[in-house]
Design a binder for this molecule. Structure first.
Ligand SMILES: Nc1ncnc2c1ncn2[C@@H]1O[C@H](COP(=O)(O)OP(=O)(O)O)[C@@H](O)[C@H]1O
Ligand SMILES: [Mg+2]
Length: 503
């Protein structure tokens, strides 16, 4: 028969919908046409497929070739359909029986030589293949990572010829096996690298336990960036589902996934010159941005006031909802973006505040680059002071290791999940009322403090949530005055702004 049907998958956002590749050979002039692909990539696909077939020593057909990629209205990026088109042509020419093709899904870009080149988005592709009960045949490099999906049947090939021999059963390739995938935390940085700063480490542990957003302020060189980079080392490792979801997002962005570290929570540090699109995602067939790459993990914004205020304000919605919707004329995409924000900044444009080099007015203007509503979304704000003289050299105090803090964090996070099904930072205001009840005395104490600091209702809820986390770390049922006082201490920016305004 001169008609063949081959299955493949497109990439749409972080999904991989099925694409049926039909190839028909008929009489007439030996033309080669592809329908269902955007015009620019059609020509390229044709040229690659033709050369790859010829260079793999197949006789290229002298019939008229018509290829249809259905459904036609899905966006399709050229490269990944090269292999299914080539296989389809071989089948239509009678070189591969149609019935053996039904069990496979093919994806891969062809080099002119017939070698296979990796595609992006192998994780969603292989995952969808597994759900459909078919075998995913893909470039070897993609296959090694797709093997992270438990129960998926993956065949990795280096070339068109290898794929051809495999499907014919002439030279079978074994299913891809995962050689090594870490089940735990794997890193070369540790909280003990940071000398001193016990208060900052305490704040980091609270932030990790309750998934609270955190801001470090302080002069340059006190270890703010170092501390921030170590937040992921004390967070509980990801579950299989979380790790797979994160891997899927990374794979559609063409990011390498390392099986040794794939359970570590992602840590992303976009530069302050990053555009809105780089941060939240975009493009005609939208790709996720930094906030989605940090889904299940941490987004670190260093030198916070240097970021464009408009860009920061775009983060406000995903910070609340845990997802981002990107609207394009042609289509809409929604990406998960449940990330924990950690930020660091110098509280003054010239270095240290109070160094006399900038007036309170200049400092205020600098701080005003951060909008109030944005700052409101940060639960814990702490000043990181200079280390005392000699702290780095004489008997440096390194505190606990990441490993031991991580165990405590995992425990108190577990308490939260059991109580409310989510970490404390994600409690709704109604849940805060329910789970963070105070005695009449303590409620009055908090109200007075809020008034003194001129805090918003949102800040009020934040303080209660942070207090809840502090109590959970201590293993205590009720929130007490001590927990509230500590939580109130984590409002460094509010205090600073208060002070500057009163000068
Ligand atoms: N508490 C600390 N413990 C160990 N090294 C530190 C500490 N604080 C600063 N350093 C050293 O100073 C460098 C700058 O620290 P960094 O975290 O970038 O400071 P910041 O972000 O506060 O400006 C680090 O690479 C490290 O070598
Ligand atoms: Mg820094």
């Amino acid at each position: 028969m001169s008609l063949s049907i081959v299955y493949s998958r497109a990439r749409v956002g972080i999904d991989a919908p099925l694409v049926t590749v039909e190839v028909h050979l008929s009489g007439g002039l030996p033309t080669f046409s592809i329908v269902g692909l955007p015009t620019t990539s059609v020509k390229e696909a044709k040229d690659r497929v033709r050369s790859a077939l010829i260079n793999s020593n197949f006789n290229f057909t002298d019939k008229k070739i018509t290829v249809s990629l259905a459904p036609a209205d899905l966006p399709k990026e050229g490269g990944r359909f090269d292999l299914p088109i080539a296989i389809g042509i071989l089948a239509a020419m009678g070189n591969i029986p149609q019935n053996v093709l039904q069990q496979y899904e093919f994806c891969g870009e062809l080099a002119l030589s017939g070698e296979l080149r990796p595609i992006i988005g192998e994780i969603p592709t292989a995952y969808a293949g597994k759900e459909s009960g078919r075998v995913s045949l893909m470039p070897k490099e993609n296959a090694t990572r797709a093997a992270l999906i438990k129960g998926a049947s993956i065949i990795g090939c280096d070339s068109l010829l290898q794929a051809f021999h495999h499907v014919l059963g002439q030279r079978s390739i074994e299913f891809e096996q995962l050689t090594f995938a870490s089940q735990g935390y794997c890193t070369d940085i540790d909280l003990q690298d940071v000398v001193g700063q016990p208060m900052a480490k305490r704040a980091l542990e609270i932030a990790a336990s309750g998934a609270h957003n955190l801001l470090f302020t302080g002069p340059a060189g006190t270890g703010k960036s170092m501390l921030a980079q170590r937040l992921t080392t004390i967070l509980p490792i990801m579950t299989d589902d979380e790790a797979l979801q994160s891997a899927a997002i990374h794979s559609v962005c063409g990011q390498q996934i390392n099986p040794a570290t794939w359970k570590n929570r992602p840590f992303r540090t976009p530069h302050h010159t990053a555009s809105g699109v780089a941060l939240v995602g975009g493009g005609s067939n939208p790709r996720p941005g930094e906030i989605s790459l940090s889904h299940n993990g941490v987004l670190f914004l260093d030198e916070l006031p240097e970021f464009d205020r408009k860009v920061l304000d775009v983060l406000r919605e995903p910070l609340e909802t845990g997802k981002v919707t990107i609207s394009r004329a042609s289509r809409q995409a929604e990406f998960p973006a449940r990330f924990q924000l950690i930020a660091a900044m110098n509280p003054s444009p010239t270095g240290d505040h109070g160094d006399g080099r900038s007036t309170p007015d200049q400092v205020l203007r600098y701080l005003n680059r951060l909008s109030g509503p944005f700052l409101d979304r940060i639960d814990i704000q702490l000043e990181v002071p200079r280390l005392p003289k000699g702290a780095l050299t004489q008997d440096p105090q390194r505190g606990e290791s990441s490993e031991s803090v991580r165990q405590r964090v995992a425990y108190s996070r577990g308490v939260q999940i059991q109580r409310a099904g989510k970490p404390n930072a994600m409690l709704s205001s109604r849940e805060v009322d329910y789970y963070c009840a105070l005695s009449a005395d303590d409620a009055m104490f908090l109200e007075n403090a809020i008034e003194r600091l001129k805090l918003s209702t949102r800040a009020y809820h934040k303080i209660l949530k942070v207090s809840r986390t502090i109590a959970d770390i201590q293993g205590e049922q009720a929130i007490t005055r001590a927990h509230l006082s500590e939580a109130l201490g984590y409002r460094a920016m509010d205090r600073l702004i208060q002070r500057l305004k009163s000068v």
